[in-house]
Ligand binder design. Structure first.
Ligand SMILES: C[S@@+](CC[C@H](N)C(=O)[O-])C[C@H]1O[C@@H](n2cnc3c(N)ncnc32)[C@H](O)[C@@H]1O
Length: 345
């Protein structure tokens, strides 16, 4: 039976301390169980080869091009090899979805940024647990991050060729993200439009909106193959009527950590309890998610217990997806956990 060895990006060790191997095993387990691969994957483990740790697995048949295309998107993947005999590794040509240069995601650096590898992990898990899993490689899905900060999730969605919608209450974050994206698009000479426009309801200004339309190449632009990105400068707990229902295939959010980044309340105060925010926000988010869509959430368990987060999602009518352990340490004050829940189809 064929066996494979995946080399993980060295940066994964920094992101997850000693949890990198475990988290990538979990991610591979989710890819394997999503019903999207032709091959059956088993015996997932970590094996040292030549003194370096690899994520290793067996398959019932050789991985075909489409299976490789799926697995190339694993958030920590660096290189993939077929194990050809005792100690020979044959490189497998990877074919990830990356549509733009990786600096779209790596250039922005700021306090409060969600790590990009973790963001990709959360997006992958959420898509694979949603009804859109079989269309992950081919469709122009719509990803909503209703706590988008300066857009790490949105940029990852763009990388995958998807459309993206973000909501952020901090005007400085929206401005900074708009400025970065405009500069980046100009520097890469990509055809685009990018404008900040007012959003009015009953003639009253209720929000501001960054509207971006972009294409990966001149040919795409000519053919009308454009990607759309919208970022609302608004309170995510008050989205009533501002966004169209059922726009999102998946919702992905990294909740405020209650440390450097509190959740902002209506009065402009800083709440130390991100679950207060979720309690008010999740009912607003749900109508935006298509039936069969999934919500992927990460938060700091030092300030909010997992059971309470689960209760909020269950109370909103979502089904929690059972996943292997994903909790991990980020730094001294942050233990991050992940929940994925599905909207009944
Ligand atoms: C952990 S950060 C997300 C960071 C983001 N993933 C990134 O990489 O830039 C949580 C974000 O939620 C935002 N936020 C907090 N309360 C909010 C609210 N009521 N409405 C909208 N955004 C809010 C914060 O301003 C912060 O940017």
């Amino acid at each position: 039976m064929p066996r494979y060895a995946m080399l993980l990006a060295p940066s994964a060790n920094r992101v997850y301390a000693d949890g990198a191997g475990r988290l990538s095993r979990t991610e591979l387990t989710v890819f394997a169980g999503a019903g999207v691969l032709d091959a059956t994957i088993d015996d997932i483990g970590e094996t040292p080869i030549g003194g370096v740790g690899y994520l290793t697995f067996g398959t019932d048949t050789a991985l075909g091009a489409r299976d490789v295309a799926f697995l190339s998107n694993l958030s920590s993947s660096y290189a993939l090899f077929e194990q050809a005999g005792e100690d020979l590794l044959r490189p497998v040509q990877m074919a990830g979805l990356a549509r733009y240069d990786s600096d779209l995601i790596t250039i922005p650096k700021y306090a409060g940024k969600t790590n990009e590898q973790f963001t990709k992990l959360l997006l992958n898990l959420t898509i694979l647990c949603s009804a859109s899993a079989p269309r992950m490689l081919d469709a122009q899905l719509v990803v909503l991050d209703p706590l988008c900060g300066r857009g790490t999730t949105l940029n990852q969605a763009l990388m995958y060729g998807y459309d993206a919608v973000g909501v952020e209450i901090d005007g400085k974050d929206v401005e900074a993200y708009a400025a970065f994206l405009k500069t980046w698009l100009k520097r890469k000479r990509l055809k685009h439009t990018a404008d900040i426009v007012p959003v009015r309801r009953d003639r009253k200004l209720v929000a501001r909106r960054l509207e971006v339309s972009m294409a990966a190449s001149k040919e795409d632009h000519k053919a009308g193959a454009v990607q759309k990105l919208t970022v609302l400068h608004a309170d995510t707990t008050k989205l009533d009527g501002i966004l169209r229902g059922g726009i999102a295939d998946v919702i992905v959010a990294d909740a405020p950590y209650g440390v450097a980044h509190g959740s902002v309340t209506e009065e402009g105060g800083l709440s130390r309890r991100p679950l207060d925010l979720l309690e008010r926000a999740v009912p607003q988010w749900l109508p935006l998610l298509r039936p069969g869509g999934a919500l992927g959430l990460s938060w700091n368990t030092n300030v909010a217990r997992r059971e309470l987060a689960e209760d909020i999602l269950l109370a909103a009518g979502l089904e929690i997806v059972e996943l292997p352990e994903l909790a991990h340490r980020v730094d001294q004050s942050i233990e991050r956990d992940v929940l994925v829940a599905r909207k009944p189809g």
